[in-house]
Design a protein. Structure first.
Length: 149
């Protein structure tokens, strides 16, 4: 539905996976505490509820963005021509099924979903919900030459 924003988030999650994962983990640890602090003050309960909805939306958007990349690569390998929405659905389904299958492993199965979720959440935060591209710094303009006398 938002192909440009989703592509930016997927790009950030691939190119900057360690940074995205660290930021996603930090967000997942800090945000619930901050939301609880907001909810303690009775006046800010609506703000805390809105923050919880935004946090959930960020996690889901990050998961779908990684699923889009999985779907694009899967379609490329199988030489399929898919509509972007179909590619996103296929990739998200495959990603979810594979990580749920890994989740069967006792004691460590949750790590796969946690890592992918943290990377996706961090990429959403880095790109501000896909509003800007992360990692591309514009080059400064070359210095102007003085006029010949």
């Amino acid at each position: 539905f938002w192909p440009g924003q989703t592509a930016r988030v997927a790009h950030a999650s691939l190119r900057h996976a360690p940074l995205s994962g660290a930021l996603g983990l930090l967000t997942a640890v800090v945000a619930p505490g901050l939301l609880i602090l907001l909810a303690i003050t009775l006046c800010l309960i609506p703000v805390a509820a809105l923050g919880a909805v935004l946090l959930l939306a960020a996690v889901v958007f990050g998961w779908i963005a990684i699923g889009v990349e999985v779907g694009n690569r899967l379609a490329q390998v199988l030489k399929w021509k898919l509509h972007p929405a179909a590619s996103a659905a296929l990739g998200t389904l495959v990603l979810t099924l594979v990580l749920d299958f890994i989740g069967i492993v006792p004691c460590v199965g949750w790590l796969g979903s946690a890592i992918v979720g943290a990377i996706g959440l961090g990429a959403v935060v880095l790109t501000r919900f896909g509003a800007r591209t992360y990692g591309e710094v514009p080059l400064p303009a070359p210095p102007s030459q003085p006029a010949a006398a």
